[in-house]
Design a binder for this molecule. Structure first.
Ligand SMILES: NC(=O)c1ccc[n+]([C@@H]2O[C@H](COP(=O)([O-])OP(=O)(O)OC[C@H]3O[C@@H](n4cnc5c(N)ncnc54)[C@H](OP(=O)(O)O)[C@@H]3O)[C@@H](O)[C@H]2O)c1
Length: 287
């Protein structure tokens, strides 16, 4: 692998976190519903992530529900001082695993308390308001009421920082008028580049952008160009996809998800992959 470490850190609230973090969603059962087949294997992935230097883990109490947070607690409590766990509120699961909005004051308050209890923390470092005007993509709608509830919970000391997820640029602006926004977490990767200008704007403001589905999520990225570049660099396509994100903008923090130790190690090694201008040109053509 052509190796130069491009993976520095970036600010997330009060902390400087490594740009290569870890997303815990894959640790729940199939469809992010119910427990994993192998609890010990899930614990091992989290412990290895932290040993490899990860200090930013993304989760939600609606993964499972309640499953992923409990696994994080089993694996990592007592937590290292430098570990930032970011969660989300605003959604809940139906009895058959569907994803539903949970934006009422009582639901948001309950969700913050559930996260605190299941993670075993007194304060959550960052809580993202996960917007559900459309479950799959950002859609218009005011976030004033739910964000005001989160800001009140922040004033009570239960939440240290607030972020937004699945939001439009207009909702980011609305949010920034209500409280400080530490990060924005939206669907973005080599193929899905709808947020290009939002990322650049947040970079100017020194606000972290955290792409979810960095590897394509439930539909892994597939492209002959990506495979060709990876082959040339003696890397895997997924490593190249992560390296592209790291080079796309300094405010991008990565949270690739995996339930596999092998994939975890490969993903963390992507921080050592340097893409040339020529590689970037080819990869940019995929979108
Ligand atoms: N805010 C939101 O609405 C939202 C939505 C979705 C996700 N998220 C967060 O974003 C994180 C990342 O998203 P994600 O996990 O859904 O998708 P992802 O990171 O794009 O991709 C995960 C998928 O890629 C596979 N994979 C991971 N590393 C690989 C590798 N090196 N080689 C081959 N396959 C690999 C995983 O399977 P294996 O388990 O077999 O490795 C899994 O199927 C989540 O964990 C979650 O914390 C947030």
């Amino acid at each position: 692998m052509n190796s130069t470490n491009t993976s520095a850190s970036f600010s997330l609230g009060d902390w400087n976190v490594k740009r290569l973090g870890y997303g815990a969603m894959q640790l729940a059962g199939p469809g992010v519903f119910g427990p994993p087949k192998n609890h010990s294997a899930a614990v091992a992935v989290l412990r290895e992530a932290v040993e490899l230097g990860v200090n930013h883990i993304d989760t939600a109490d609606f993964y499972g529900p309640h499953i992923t947070n409990r696994i994080i607690r089993d694996a990592l409590w007592p937590y290292r001082d430098d570990l930032v766990v970011v969660t989300k509120v605003g959604a809940r699961r139906g009895p058959e695993g569907s994803w539903m909005p949970a934006f009422a004051r009582e639901e948001l308050t309950q969700a913050v308390h559930d996260n605190l209890r299941h993670l075993g923390r007194e304060t959550i470092e960052v809580v993202n308001l996960r917007c559900m005007f459309n479950v799959h993509h950002p859609a218009d709608g005011s976030i004033e009421a739910p964000l005001t509830v989160l800001a009140e919970l922040q004033q009570k000391g239960l939440v240290r920082h607030i972020g937004l997820s699945n939001v439009t640029p207009t909702q980011v602006e609305e949010g920034q008028r209500i409280c400080q926004i530490a990060c924005v977490q939206n669907h973005y990767n080599l193929v899905n580049r709808a947020d290009d200008s939002l990322i650049d704007k947040l970079a100017q403001q020194n606000v972290a952008f955290v792409p979810f589905f960095p590897l394509g999520g439930f539909t892994p990225l597939q492209s002959s160009t990506l495979s060709d570049v990876a082959k040339r660099l003696e890397a895997t396509p997924m490593q190249v996809a992560l390296a592209w994100l790291l080079q796309r903008s300094p405010n991008i923090l990565l949270i690739p998800g995996t339930s596999s130790l092998k994939h975890l190690r490969e993903n963390q090694a992507a921080g050592d992959l340097q893409l040339t201008a020529n590689d970037l040109g080819e990869l940019d053509s995929i979108a």
